[in-house]
Design a protein around this ligand. Structure first.
Ligand SMILES: [Zn+2]
Length: 223
């Protein structure tokens, strides 16, 4: 079985006045065929950080992963996502039709959102008990599960709202939760996955660098 987190690192370099993305440093620029040197600082390759982390190494975090498969192989931007909450030891608590699961494997390629703000680490000592007690309430028994209305998101959101309450903050409703926690990360993940797949197919990906001109260009202001 292939290791699910085995993504190749993506790097970006500048050549031919373009941004070129590839897996590892290319010897020659795919556009002009010349050697890619890093004689100039602005041509030096930089690595693009992967939006995924091993969820089992993230403590006190909210995690997202595709319900089936992995982000880099199966996720197409619309696939169903499964979410969970990590303990301080990287056990992922998540609610399914079988009740609350405590996963020690399977979240190696996740998008992670830390839930404890710096300064609130007092909660760290109680986190595991808090998560365990929360999960043991009747609300999360298997027969209460409903695919659309009482699912992994309901569970994670209710737990996050408990954390927010202890931090003296207002609860989030489902829409705010999705906007704040889910959409920005899946958008970033989708861009990365698109880039990854193009490099996989073509060997590289090219974009125009942002225009150095600032202010309104010619023709702007007309209707
Ligand atoms: Zn070139």
């Amino acid at each position: 079985m292939q290791c699910p987190e085995a993504g190749k690192p993506i790097i970006k370099f500048n050549h031919c006045q373009k941004h070129v993305y590839s897996f590892g440093v290319l010897r020659r620029c795919p556009l002009c065929g010349q050697d890619v040197g890093s004689r100039r600082l602005e041509e030096a390759p930089v690595s693009i950080s992967e939006p995924f982390t091993n969820g089992h190494r993230e403590k006190c975090s909210f995690l997202l992963r595709p319900t089936r498969g992995t982000f880099l192989r199966e996720y197409d931007g619309r696939s169903d996502l499964h979410v969970g909450i990590t303990s301080t030891g990287g056990v992922v608590y998540n609610y399914t039709v079988h009740g609350v699961q405590r996963d020690e494997v399977g979240w190696e390629q996740s998008v992670s959102v830390p839930l404890l703000r710096p300064g609130l680490f007092g909660l760290l000592d109680q986190w595991d008990k808090f998560l365990e007690d929360f999960s043991a309430t009747g609300a999360w028994l298997p027969h209460r599960y409903e695919e659309d209305h009482h699912n992994c998101y309901s569970y994670a959101l209710a737990f996050i709202n408990c954390v927010l309450a202890t931090e003296g903050e207002e609860p989030l409703d489902r829409e705010e939760f999705t906007e704040k926690f889910v959409v920005p990360r899946t958008r970033k993940a989708s861009k990365y996955i698109m880039l990854y797949h193009v490099i996989e197919e073509q060997g590289f990906y090219v974009t125009e660098p942002p225009s150095p001109q600032t202010g309104p260009g010619p023709g702007s202001g007309s209707c």
